[in-house]
Design a protein around this ligand. Sequence first.
Ligand SMILES: NC(=O)c1ccc[n+]([C@@H]2O[C@H](COP(=O)([O-])OP(=O)(O)OC[C@H]3O[C@@H](n4cnc5c(N)ncnc54)[C@H](O)[C@@H]3O)[C@@H](O)[C@H]2O)c1
Length: 351
Amino acid sequence: MVAKKFTACIVGVGRIGFSLQKDKKREQPASHSLALFKNKFVKIVAGCDIDENKLKNWKKIYKNANTYTNIHKMLEKESPDIVVIAVNEKNHLSIALEVIKNKPKLVILEKPVAPNPEQARLILRYSKKYKVPVSINHERRFSLDYLIVKNIIEKKQIGEIQSVFASFSSSATVYKVGSENIGDCSLIHDGTHLIDIINFLFNIKCANPKIDNMILNSKKDVESLNFHFKEKILDNNQKTMFYFEIAGNKKYFGFDIEIRGNKGKILIGNGYLKVYERKESPFYTGFYSLMRNKTIKRPKKTKYFSNMIENCINFLCKKEKLSSTIKSGIKTLNIIYRIIDKIKKIPHNSY
Ligand SMILES: NC(=O)c1ccc[n+]([C@@H]2O[C@H](COP(=O)([O-])OP(=O)(O)OC[C@H]3O[C@@H](n4cnc5c(N)ncnc54)[C@H](O)[C@@H]3O)[C@@H](O)[C@H]2O)c1
């Protein structure tokens, strides 16, 4: 028997929609197009982009699919089961509302849900009104290395978690006034990955984040930011400290998390996973030290993109719940905006 294929359209065939699949250094599939194409239960029926050149290049690979430069026209002609929205965040709202009204079985929306919580809540309202589920591509939730870490934490393999250090490093501006409308700062654009994965691992509230340090550049935009909060997580007896650094003054691209328990620690980030456990010390008689458990390795293929699509297909086949919902995406955005509120309350000349 031939398996049923879900039809899919992709809106936005830019980097994550398409061209990252050509990056030889990245783990593939690294684009929606290739991840959908590689899934045997999916048939790509159309691509849409306002940029005709990008669409032409996309069509060279996905020859059998239709192409559109206008979303209205695409939705008039096609009735896809799945619509991927991979346009720039300032256009998430308008495209998402348009797509949801067309009632596909599922929308896969790029992160962040929207540049601000108000827009994100409007997308949620439409999703409920038209009964169209929305999955958000917070990709680390699907990545095998992070799933290993979640399991270690839940099994208490490194004991009770006492502190977590999480950082995102790049050369991009961390926050500037006005980013709320377009999401063009790393706190919103990339911070969403960092906050979301910490929320996925620990189900944080981050009700009252405290800003520890803020460095401004000559334009008075935030160049680097440190904040922390403390709260009870899992079934721990004591509160856990969470420390964050979102740095824009680095000359490299980094995503790093250190999780410290009372019996071990985990280091995870882009390209690495290291787990250390309490063992009788080889250095000091009568003491315990943390030793690397080399049997726990980062899988060569983390399957971050293919697992996301697989979760969506399993959801459509009623076999699984969505792992990254619009509600979890909005929770992440709300946390980011609590931090932005705190930034705004600090007089800019005090730093
Ligand atoms: N999950 C991840 O790791 C990841 C990585 C990169 C980007 N993203 C997210 O994906 C989204 C797109 O980012 P990108 O880097 O691919 O950007 P991009 O600029 O490379 O691609 C966006 C594409 O959308 C098209 N577009 C814009 N408005 C449109 C419209 N109204 N109709 C049709 N097409 C339209 C643009 O022409 C462009 O080709 C953003 O939300 C970004 O945050 C996520």
